[in-house]
Design a protein around this ligand. Structure first.
Ligand code: C2E
Ligand code: CA
Ligand code: CA
Ligand code: CA
Length: 277
């Protein structure tokens, strides 16, 4: 495994973004992109820390802009939320993710596929019907689907959202609390919502091995998740020190550039073959 890591881990690079001013995109532009099929799903592996086995993938959407190239989600998810387009966007991402998961399933990979869900998706009970219908259409069992919800979005009055999450959990979909440590979800909330997985935010993972402050937050998050019987995922694993810390502390799963960057499905399929051998 160690040798494989060295072989496969890409050098950690700063993300190449267009230099200069960041272009802004408006609602109609994002709407047109969704309709034109310009949203592309990238996928990043989640691997088991103890065995190195591939456990699943997280779907990370990109906008393949015909002129501007690859646009990252921080430049259009907020726009989609603000302009009432997030349901259409999430539906596209789910459809593409499930269709891809089906292909991987048919090639013999037992993968869980995770999709990021916005709180705005959880405003109406229709959402669960959409998820159920799309999963059935691609014949992906609910327990192979993970819905990731960021912790900071779980604050405040979220009764309807909690209702939808609980219903999805009852149908055996898996729920993940994302960016843990950056919001202030109460212990009561964590107890009430049936999360299966807790993702420690990358800000408390990378370099936690050399920073006492980060290490306290990392350890506390891990302990809390274990107490609540949740699987733990460390995100932003960027170097060997990060990886060693996860091994020493018994974190269940790892995700980050040290293992693999997010990539399009065809490239990830190649990566999977290499990783297995
Ligand atoms: P996230 O869910 O916390 O996703 C992890 C982010 O960390 C991704 O950024 C990923 O590319 C990046 N990352 C992965 N490994 C490393 C690493 O080792 N080091 C560092 N520094 N970063 C790493 P990305 O793809 O730009 O996505 C940003 C955020 O956009 C995501 O954060 C998620 O909240 C949101 N997002 C992405 N796709 C979707 C989507 O389909 N729907 C919604 N609603 N939100 C999405
Ligand atoms: Ca996520
Ligand atoms: Ca995250
Ligand atoms: Ca994030």
């Amino acid at each position: 495994l160690e040798a494989l890591m060295i072989k496969l881990a890409p050098p950690v690079q700063q993300r190449e973004r267009a230099s200069g001013v960041k272009k802004t995109y408006d609602g109609p532009a994002v709407e047109a992109a969704i309709e034109a099929g310009e949203l592309v799903n990238y996928y990043q592996p989640k691997v088991r820390v103890d065995t190195g086995a591939l456990a699943g993938v997280e779907t990370l959407v990109r906008w393949q802009h015909p002129e501007d190239g690859i646009i990252y989600p921080d430049q259009f998810i907020g726009v989609a939320e603000k302009h009432g387009l997030i349901n259409a966007l999430t539906q596209k991402v789910l459809e593409q993710a499930f269709a891809q998961a089906r292909l991987w399933q048919q090639s013999g990979y037992e993968l869980k596929v995770a999709v990021n869900v916005s709180m705005d998706n959880l405003a109406s009970l229709d959402f669960q019907d959409v998820v159920v219908r799309l999963a059935a259409k691609s014949a992906i069992p609910p327990n192979k689907i993970v819905l990731e919800i960021t912790e900071s979005q779980l604050m405040g009055d979220v009764r309807v959202s909690l209702e939808i999450l609980t219903r999805l959990r009852l149908k055996r979909f898996h729920l993940s609390i994302d960016d843990f440590g950056t919001g202030h979800s109460s212990l009561a909330q964590l107890r009430d919502i049936p999360f299966d997985e807790l993702k420690i935010d990358q800000g408390f993972v990378h370099r936690a091995w050399e920073s006492e402050t980060l290490r306290v937050i990392y350890d506390t998050s891990l302990a809390l998740a274990k107490q609540l019987n949740m699987e733990t995922v460390a995100e932003g694993v960027e170097d060997r020190g990060d990886w060693e810390l996860l091994r020493q502390t018994g974190c269940d799963l790892a995700q980050g550039n040290f293992i693999a960057k997010p990539m399009p499905a065809d490239r990830l399929s190649h990566w999977m073959k290499e990783w297995q051998t």
